[in-house]
Design a protein around this ligand. Structure first.
Ligand code: NAD
Length: 495
């Protein structure tokens, strides 16, 4: 157990930033590696902690502990495992506000965004509490004369989860509750840029009495992930992060014979039709593009204004974003926090420059605005053409690129042809016919109708496609259960 739980009170009380520990086989242990990274508060640049870059030896120790724990845990009747998840849910709910403030502190997002993230993460535990029902198999009596067939589910064994910085609570929670509810032991490798929420999740698992070795935590970065891919005692990998790394993990894990699901980056389109209901659509579009500082895999990144939506919607959007206050996510009235690091801010600045150089029209430049300390970028809006790098590349900052199209057909064509991602897309319209056409032709897997962040709840699969997803079974929902279980089919005849 850490001397003090990883809360923001503990962070504030420390005289020097703590070096985080790994959690292996029910014990908090130092990493075998000597390299560490500082974890700054992105809104103030003050150091919050140091994160160790764990080695292959740390991963092997975690895998060994997980394998040992998986035997008993996998044998436990699902209703008994579900009882642990009910307890986990209770402790998480008791810590909801503290978790929200921790997410906001280490990631920079505003309190309301962090609260939404925590709520969405706990929803996966709600879903996983239904393990006895979710794990039921199937049978067919009399599949042939005198013969019956049944399909029974078993745990996969040891599962590793590798997560990104932008949802430091929710994304680990897409994986951990369902993986353990299905009878697996779990190893979490959180983002080295936001490791504190994961540290707290694992402390909470400990407080909820989850047996030693069932949940393990190994901090680190590239070397740690490479070790996970190559570790023979790890059977399956759930990955969420950028497209580049999703490919590396997908290919590496497949080569090593592991089951893998790898959720990648995004380039999400929003189509605004001339009949969009402006009063609700404008704040919703702004929230999609600039909420979480544009660092959502579901962020609206390209807005296609159809027909005279250009004249009606754009001026109101500009008015709306001018009122967004920038600052520390926990401060009153703040609507836009920083991006995660100075390098991320510089990359966004560079991409905007490239968009302008490629014939773009600067509609609103938010660069260089906001508090002087911290990694801030104000809402930025750029008119682009189909050849712009801003049409192709994931920006991952508060930048909205704007296309103009004469009709829905052209808007859908732009979505399908200018980028290769397929996470999310939204349409704003009052027309059922336009919405239906959009649902059928949009090239993304998560669609919103008059909803700018079309995040499915835990009961549904997180359905990215094209370059946004590598694998067969998505995270959460029934796909999650399928991913974390193996099947046996038994054919029986009695003489
Ligand atoms: P990232 O790919 O840089 O990092 C994700 C994880 O991979 C981290 O744990 C990191 O330590 C590890 N990693 C980084 N480089 C690696 C390498 N070369 N080899 C092996 N492992 C490596 O992603 P990020 O910047 O933390 O997160 C933002 C990205 O995640 C965005 O592209 C965003 O769209 C995406 N994302 C996708 C979804 C989704 O559901 N599709 C959800 C959230 C975030």
């Amino acid at each position: 157990m850490l001397p003090m739980a990883m809360t923001i009170e503990a962070l504030a009380a420390q005289t020097a930033p703590a070096v985080l520990k790994n959690y292996i086989g029910g014990r908090w242990v130092d990493s075998a590696g000597s390299e560490r990274l500082v974890v700054p508060n992105p809104a103030t640049e003050e150091p919050l902690a140091h994160v160790p870059l764990s080695t292959g030896a740390d991963v092997a120790a975690a895998a060994k502990a997980a394998r040992a724990a998986a035997a008993d845990w996998g044998e436990m009747p699902p209703p008994e495992r579900a009882a642990y998840l009910f307890k986990l849910r209770e402790v998480l709910l008791d810590n909801r506000d503290a978790l929200t403030r921790l997410v906001s502190t280490e990631n920079g997002k505003v309190y309301s965004d962090a609260a939404g993230e925590v709520r969405r993460g706990i929803e996966v535990v709600d879903f996983a509490c239904g393990a006895p029902t979710l794990l039921m198999g199937q049978n067919l009596d009399q599949v042939s004369r005198g013969i019956d067939s049944e399909m029974v589910r078993f745990p996969v064994g040891v599962v590793a989860g590798i997560t990104p910085f932008n949802f430091p609570f929710m994304v680990p929670m897409w994986m951990l509750p369902l993986a353990i509810a299905c009878g697996n032991a779990f190893i979490l490798k959180p983002s080295e840029r936001t490791p504190l929420s994961s540290q707290r999740i694992v402390e909470i698992c400990e407080e909820a009495g989850i047996p030693a070795g069932v949940v393990n935590l190994v901090h680190g970065a590239v070397e740690t992930v490479t070790a996970i891919i190559n570790e023979p005692e790890i059977d399956a990998i759930s990955f969420v992060g950028s497209e580049r790394v999703a490919r590396i993990v997908y290919e590496g894990a497949a080569k090593a014979g592991k089951r893998v699901q790898a959720l990648g980056g995004a380039k999400n389109h929003i189509i605004a039709m001339p009949d969009a209901v402006l009063e609700q659509s404008v704040p919703n579009i702004a929230e999609s593009a600039f909420g979480n500082a544009g660092q959502r895999c579901l962020a609206g990144s390209v807005l296609t204004l159809v027909g005279d939506a250009d004249k009606k919607l754009l001026p109101r959007l500009l008015d709306h974003v001018t009122s967004i206050k920038m600052g520390r996510g926990l401060d009153e009235g703040v609507g836009l926090g920083p991006v995660i690091r100075g390098e991320a801010r510089d990359r966004v600045h560079r991409l905007v420059d490239e968009g302008i150089a490629a014939g773009g029209e600067m509609i609103r430049d938010g660069r260089g605005t906001g508090p002087s300390k911290g990694f801030f970028i104000g809402p930025t809006i750029v008119g682009i053409n189909a050849a712009s790098p801003l049409a192709r590349e994931e920006v991952f900052g508060p930048v909205l690129s704007v296309f103009r199209a004469k009709d829905l057909d052209e808007a859908l064509h732009l979505m399908a042809t200018t980028n290769e991602y397929g996470n999310a897309a939204s349409i704003y319209t009052a027309s059922g016919g336009a919405a239906r056409e959009f649902k059928r032709r949009a090239t993304s897997g998560m669609l919103g109708v008059n909803i700018g962040v079309a995040a499915p709840m835990a009961f549904f699969p997180f359905s990215g496609r094209r370059k946004s997803f590598f694998g067969d079974l998505h995270a959460t929902g029934r796909d999650g259960v399928e991913f974390y279980t193996t099947k046996k089919v038994i054919t029986t005849r009695w003489f």
